[in-house]
Design a protein around this ligand. Structure first.
Ligand code: ATP
Length: 237
């Protein structure tokens, strides 16, 4: 399988604080990769660095093209969509209006309508609530809306920051099942940053472990799940 994204020697800092110390990783085309690590390890910073939301050093190659000097807007146009932690939906707009805004990069009415219907195929709960204000949705529904909105960009790669954040276990499980459907049916590659290692390793093909800004382990998700030290530190059994 070829790689949709290749990252080499990625460094990032906030002022004097070095957060990423030259990390390397790949995301296979059509695959799900997860980046695991404790609080503050640098997971969110990695996602921000890929889409140019912070200054970074190193090489980032998307579909064979260097993107490490590009603006966030241009990176998004190439097909890289972020689903930020905390969701970032427009709370005073309806579900449907949020989805329409998600397609801002190609303002063509007909295809937008078709894509909204496609999103509702993955998220029937949102279809029932299409006229409801986003701010009045439950936490799980807001997470669904954030993912659905990212899909409106017709992304090739989705970067998801803690999709389980603040959600009850049952809702989290449903969201991961939908992500598995999106991977299978829409063929979207994904990088999932998660603290819930068990869930993330269940959906991922490949996993990387980050500790204080360095990759300390990588391998097939199955092998990582069986590793003794990962079990003790991240899986709790
Ligand atoms: P979490 O799971 O808690 O979100 P994380 O692995 O995503 O953790 P990051 O958010 O990447 O971690 O943060 C890495 C380090 O960078 C932390 O020490 C954090 O305090 C620091 N940091 C993050 N954002 C900023 C910022 N805007 N300014 C200064 N320091 C920051």
């Amino acid at each position: 399988m070829s790689n949709i994204l290749e990252v080499r020697g990625l460094e990032a800092s906030y002022g004097d604080l070095t957060v990423l110390r030259g990390i390397d990783f790949d995301i296979a085309d059509g695959g799900v990769t997860t980046l695991l690590g404790a609080n503050g390890a640098g997971k969110t910073t990695t996602l921000r660095a890929i889409c140019g939301m912070i200054r970074r050093k190193g090489e980032i190659t998307f579909e064979g093209k260097r993107i490490d000097r590009m603006s966030t807007e241009n990176i998004v146009r190439l097909g890289v969509a972020q689903v930020p932690e905390g969701r970032g939906t427009f709370t005073t707009l309806t579900v449907e209006e949020n989805l329409q805004l998600g397609a801002m990069t190609r303002p063509n009415d007909k295809s937008i309508h078709e894509d909204i219907e496609k999103s509702f195929h993955f998220f029937p709960r949102l279809k029932e609530r299409r006229t409801q204000q986003a701010g009045t949705l439950s936490g799980g529904e807001q997470q669904m809306l954030a993912i659905a909105r990212a899909l409106m960009l017709r992304p090739k790669l989705m970067l998801l920051d803690e999709p389980s954040f603040g959600l009850a276990p049952l809702i989290t499980k449903q969201i991961f099942e939908i992500l598995a459907d999106v991977k299978r049916e829409a063929g979207v590659s994904m990088l999932i940053v998660e603290q819930n290692a068990s869930l993330a390793l269940g959906i991922a093909d490949h996993a990387y472990l980050i500790e204080t800004g360095s990759i300390v382990m990588s391998g097939e998700a199955k092998a990582i799940r069986e590793d003794e030290s990962v079990r003790a530190s991240y899986l709790g059994y």
